[in-house]
Design a protein around this ligand. Structure first.
Ligand SMILES: C[S@@+](CC[C@H](N)C(=O)[O-])C[C@H]1O[C@@H](n2cnc3c(N)ncnc32)[C@H](O)[C@@H]1O
Length: 358
């Protein structure tokens, strides 16, 4: 095909320009001095930032909201707490409003103004639900609580930031931040008193899953050599359940391992190692430690996730920290040591339980 000299010239120039640009580009990208500009270091997320993303995603799911709303013990606890302690005229922050249900209870109780804060997309539904239910004096704020600001402090901080492990929904940092910035002196945090338990216990025989290396005769097949592959990661030793039929009994008298009052706690006041003993009062196999929580508003208004409490709030799981089995007799002493790097991250929990026979 015939190319005009203008065409030939254009092709020649564009090829040269392209080659020059490629060469220059390679030199620039390859330059160690410009490396940081072309390849900026990716930001390393802190565990708190990672959890925040997970939380946003988790609570945008309607099923999670359903589970909480269907938990009659939880709803009755909060309804009573609000009816008893929120006074007409109070200004209230509802930290993590979800579907807006607690903000609506506060509004119906006569709160002058409720600020309903949530960082997840569920807040869009909360806004509509409030309008459809005739709730008028609630401001819905689509932000993370640490980015929520007000000119005047409030009378009450209302929240439900309670995880299965009590601290694993960032309750302490979130509430402390709002308390220190936006709660009037003498203002109320609802609920504020919490107990975390970690009790040595026996499982029901038919609910016990042995370690795989303990299975020495599955219809003549022996798994004992699997002990060589015993997992080192703690996740394997942590189970979760909501089922009242799993734990048979505590071996000793349950006593809180940690007690918290959100009016006074600071983020650093929790000890990172807790050691306690239990005198065995009911003999049985020591299968593990069971972790559960209690929240208290008044002596007669308590929320519990205890695996042995028939009126437990059912949507909270209790956790089982597995131990190598041993038999505990009445009078034996069990010495439990729990160390954590970060209470809000169960991945960092490590536990041992030593038995001292009587
Ligand atoms: C356990 S749900 C409780 C929802 C509602 N208060 C209730 O009782 O049904 C916690 C809610 O808090 C929100 N949340 C958690 N941390 C938050 C924060 N720091 N700022 C704003 N919203 C938060 C979540 O998106 C979620 O909707």
């Amino acid at each position: 095909m015939f190319l005009s000299s203008i065409q030939q010239f254009t092709v020649f120039v564009s090829q040269r320009v392209r080659r020059a640009c490629t060469f220059l580009g390679k030199r620039l990208v390859g330059s160690s001095r410009l490396n940081g500009w072309f390849y900026p270091p990716s930001k390393i997320e802190t565990p708190a930032e990672k959890y925040r993303k997970l939380n946003v995603h988790y609570f945008s799911d309607l099923h999670e909201q359903e589970r909480m709303l269907a938990d009659e013990q939880r709803m009755a606890f909060y309804h009573n707490a609000i009816n008893r302690h929120i006074k007409p005229g109070d200004r209230v922050i509802d930290l993590g409003t979800g579907t807006g249900i607690l903000a609506a209870f506060a509004s119906r109780q006569g709160a002058a103004q409720v600020y309903a804060v949530d960082h997840s997309s569920i807040i869009e539904h909360a806004r509509e639900l409030a309008a459809e239910n005739g709730i008028e004096n609630v401001d819905f704020e689509d932000v993370h609580s640490t980015n929520f600001h007000l000119d005047e402090p409030v009378d009450v901080i209302l929240h439900e930031q309670i995880g299965d492990f009590l601290f694993d929904e960032a309750m302490v940092p979130n509430v402390c931040d709002l308390r220190d910035r936006l709660l009037k002196p003498g203002g109320l945090i609802l609920p504020s008193q919490f107990e975390l338990f970690c009790e040595p216990m026996t499982l029901h025989d038919d609910r016990r899953t042995p370690y795989i290396w303990e299975l020495t005769d599955v219809h003549g097949f022996n798994f004992s050599s699997m002990e060589r592959s015993r997992p080192q990661h703690p996740e394997y030793y942590r189970l979760v359940s909501c089922d009242l039929g799993v734990v048979k009994h505590f071996l000793g008298e349950p006593t809180p391992m940690v007690e918290v009052d959100l009016h006074t706690i600071t983020e650093t006041s929790l000890p990172l190692s807790v050691k306690f003993t239990r005198k065995v009062t009911t003999s049985g196999l020591l299968d593990g430690l069971v972790v559960f929580m209690k929240a208290k508003v008044d002596d007669d208004l308590v929320l519990s996730s205890s695996p042995l409490d028939p009126s437990r709030a059912p949507h909270w799981g209790f956790r089982i920290l597995r131990l190598d089995q041993s038999y505990a007799e009445i009078g034996d002493e069990l010495e439990v040591t729990l160390t954590v790097t970060d209470w809000s991250d169960p991945e960092t929990w490590r536990w041992i339980c030593e038995m001292h026979t009587s």
